[in-house]
Design a protein around this ligand. Structure first.
Ligand code: SAM
Length: 336
């Protein structure tokens, strides 16, 4: 935890086109959990987010877990301010960004770093930036803890949970995954309350970066927790060399989404107004041979057949005429 006796230094960080100055504690990197300095995973994640082909949506909701000095959140903040200042749209854009951590001293640093880097922006942009206490694994009331994030909006919204170098031991995996699941479920639900069908495009996800390799205990625990907390994990990139002890400058980026809820309604990308191809999720099953998760679903049109397919395939993207689309889009969530 934070020790106020440590002296801080102001360090410049260049990420893409942005230069940020962050106050950090200049101490030996001994403590794996310390958020007083910027970990390599923070830059990896920020660079990955910068590389995404984002037209940023009118509303961006972000929660950073174990935010430490806040580098990734602050890069996202800069990206959003720049995107809205160059946008030709006349409507107001909103950025709700919460940097969370369980260490109050770290949160003070994150707040200071936001104050050091905040910029003036146009009047059609509203930013709600906060530094909030959140300990992984501990239950919380979403609307009380994150009032801005739970305020319904009808404008297209992207919900992002982010975290860099947050898995440093096998013990943190379960509480962390529980918190990720709670956040994604609540964010998805609050967005879907008000979005029209065409706006709701599976836009709630967690992106996590890691600059040190996981051992097999962590890998297994991650996969077990995905099943336990209804999460689906996909690896975006992994540059670690199996069996190598020299992992410097390597990283892993992974994404977590919530598994489709039973009784939720989804639409296939080939659906047309003449032939609406909607399906209801019946069950999430597991293959007895491979343990792989499968989705059982029922057509709400035609012969109303019941089908099964790999969960990974259900959640994947397809490229149609050069445009990437979700294979299935969430249309309606069941009542909570
Ligand atoms: C290795 S540091 C990474 C900090 C930052 N994400 C970065 O990449 O620079 C881990 C961060 O997670 C926070 N943390 C560790 N355990 C936590 C827990 N159980 N609940 C919430 N935050 C935690 C620490 O305070 C620290 O800021």
């Amino acid at each position: 935890m934070f020790d106020a006796a440590h002296e801080s230094t102001l360090v410049g960080h260049e990420v893409g086109p942005y230069k940020l100055f962050l106050e950090t504690i200049d101490e030996e990197r001994g403590a794996m959990i310390s958020g007083h300095y910027v970990w390599p995973g923070a830059k990896v994640l920020a660079e990955y987010l910068l590389s995404l082909p984002l037209p940023l949506p009118p509303t961006l909701n972000v929660v950073e877990l174990g935010a430490g000095c806040g580098l990734t959140s602050l890069v996202l903040y800069k990206m959003f301010v720049e995107a809205s200042s160059t946008s030709t749209s006349t409507s107001t854009s909103v950025l709700n960004l919460s940097m969370t951590d369980y260490d109050p001293g770290v949160l003070q640093k994150a707040q200071k770093n936001y104050d050091l880097n905040k910029t003036h922006h146009c009047s059609s942009l509203v930013t709600n930036i906060s530094c909030d206490l959140l300990e992984w694994g501990v239950d919380f009331n979403f609307s009380e803890s994150f009032p801005k994030l739970s305020t319904p909006t009808s404008s297209p919204t992207l919900n992002l949970v982010i975290g860099s170098d947050v898995i440093y031991s096998v013990e943190v995996v379960e509480p962390l995954m529980k918190t990720i699941s709670l956040l994604l479920t609540n964010l998805e639900r609050s967005t879907h309350q008000t979005q029209t069908q065409t706006q709701s495009q599976n836009t709630t996800r967690m992106i996590m970066s890691q600059s040190f390799a996981y051992d097999s205990a962590i890998e297994n625990m991650l996969n077990d927790c995905c099943v336990k907390f209804d999460l689906f994990r996909s690896i975006i990139s992994d540059t670690f060399v199996k069996g190598s002890t020299n992992n410097e400058n390597n990283h892993k980026i992974q994404m977590f989404t919530v598994v489709p809820k039973i009784n939720s309604i989804w639409e296939h990308f080939k659906s047309t107004p003449d032939k609406e191809m909607k399906y209801k999720v019946v069950e999430i099953a597991r293959c007895s041979e491979t343990q792989e998760r499968k989705i059982v679903y029922k057509a709400l049109y035609g012969e109303r057949g019941v089908w099964v397919r790999d969960l990974s395939m259900w959640l994947e993207k397809v490229v149609v005429d050069g445009v990437e689309k979700n294979r299935f889009n969430l249309i309606e969530l069941p009542p909570s």
